[in-house]
Design a protein around this ligand. Structure first.
Ligand SMILES: C[S@@+](CC[C@H](N)C(=O)[O-])C[C@H]1O[C@@H](n2cnc3c(N)ncnc32)[C@H](O)[C@@H]1O
Length: 336
């Protein structure tokens, strides 16, 4: 484990999402969604169940049908697949009513948001109530007229002094960011900001990768992949200067959060399992999708990237075996 929270933050013009310049990342995220869905389902059981009590909060909201809506926020939702899944889960369990429960996805990538909207309004119009908003998470939510009405009452003097119809808002009951915080410069500030947007008793869930090679981090499933993965992960780690996944727990504890847990999650890449095979394909797509950014930054060349892809297309097979590690951080804001 390594950390250097004192490292200078990335400059403002740093385009931090390493796969963000390519529209092809939507395909990769669909595959990544399939890889991570079972573990997301497990986390949702903990969050909905007695441990974090979200189902109970929603039931109370549905019963009383007055007061603030129950709000769930997917921060950095990409094309919205996890939010779509979550909506289905709530529906199945009788925990959804469009009048009481609001499900909101935010992403700065306009084409991801357009795809998410197109999906729920056209391709699968069964959940048209899902709200997808294009917003840069590094900017205050107050600046976005669609988000402003959802915010809790102002708490700091400068917020009190500023204009803005926040009084009708009330904040969020559950905020999650799935593989997002690590891509955002100054992640600690933003996680603290998201925490401040929770209602009392609200829950936060963050999942981020461990960027270091080794038994607590990742092992490349093919030798040729190791140097490239090392560059991609170092690029991600450099955004904040340390593994966000390893430190989020401390930030939430400092804020006085309750029930703070950091749970490691190891995902196979390669081997014979379906998850491992999907992860292998995901890694190849990661190489392809991150190439433009790494070339632009002189971290690799187009020739090197193409040579690696050629090797991978030729040699990748279930005999290649590696793994990756994420940390799931869960916490709840105290009620009082
Ligand atoms: C690895 S993807 C994860 C997407 C989705 N949460 C998932 O797990 O499928 C990271 C997402 O964060 C988004 N993102 C990166 N920086 C962002 C920012 N500053 N504001 C909003 N979204 C951002 C990217 O556009 C991308 O969709």
């Amino acid at each position: 484990m390594s950390s250097n929270p004192n490292q200078a933050p990335a400059p403002d013009n740093f385009h931090s999402y390493v796969m963000g310049e390519t529209h092809l990342d939507g395909d990769r995220l669909t595959l990544q969604y399939k890889v991570f869905l079972p573990s997301f389902q497990e986390i949702m059981e903990r969050i909905l169940g007695t441990e974090y009590g979200l189902a109970n909060r929603i039931e109370q909201g549905l019963k009383t049908r007055k007061g603030l809506p129950i709000r769930i926020l997917d921060a950095g939702c990409g094309e919205g697949l996890f939010l779509y899944y979550l909506a289905g889960l709530l529906e199945q369990r009788g925990l959804f009513s469009p009048a009481t429960v609001q499900l909101i996805g935010i992403d700065s990538n306009i084409s991801a948001i357009a795809t998410a909207i197109d999906f729920v309004r056209t391709a699968q119009p069964t959940r048209p109530y899902l709200e997808f908003i294009c917003h840069d998470l590094t900017k205050p939510f107050e600046l976005n007229p669609e988000l402003r009405p959802m915010l809790p009452p102002p708490t700091t003097l400068s917020e009190v002094a500023s204009e803005g119809g926040q009084e009708e808002g009330g904040g969020f009951d559950f905020i999650y960011a799935h593989m997002v915080a690590e891509h955002i410069p100054n992640a600690s500030q933003h996680i603290k900001y998201w925490y401040s947007l929770l209602k009392p008793g609200g829950i936060i869930f963050l999942r981020d990768a461990v960027c270091d090679e080794g038994s607590n981090g990742w092992k490349a499933p093919h030798l040729a992949l190791a140097p490239y993965l090392s560059r991609v992960f170092q690029y991600i780690k450099q955004i904040n200067g340390f593994n966000v996944s390893e430190i989020s727990k401390n930030w939430l504890e400092e804020l006085g959060a309750e029930q703070v847990q950091a749970l490691p999650l190891v995902i196979p890449s390669g081997g014979n399992s379906q998850t491992g095979l999907m992860m292998l394909r995901n890694l190849v797509m990661m190489v392809r999708n991150s190439l433009p950014q790494l070339i632009a930054r002189n971290i690799t060349t187009a020739e090197e990237g193409q040579a690696l892809l050629d090797i991978l297309f030729r040699e990748i097979s279930p005999e290649c075996v590696g793994y990756g590690t994420c940390i799931d951080t869960l916490a709840r804001k105290p009620l009082a």
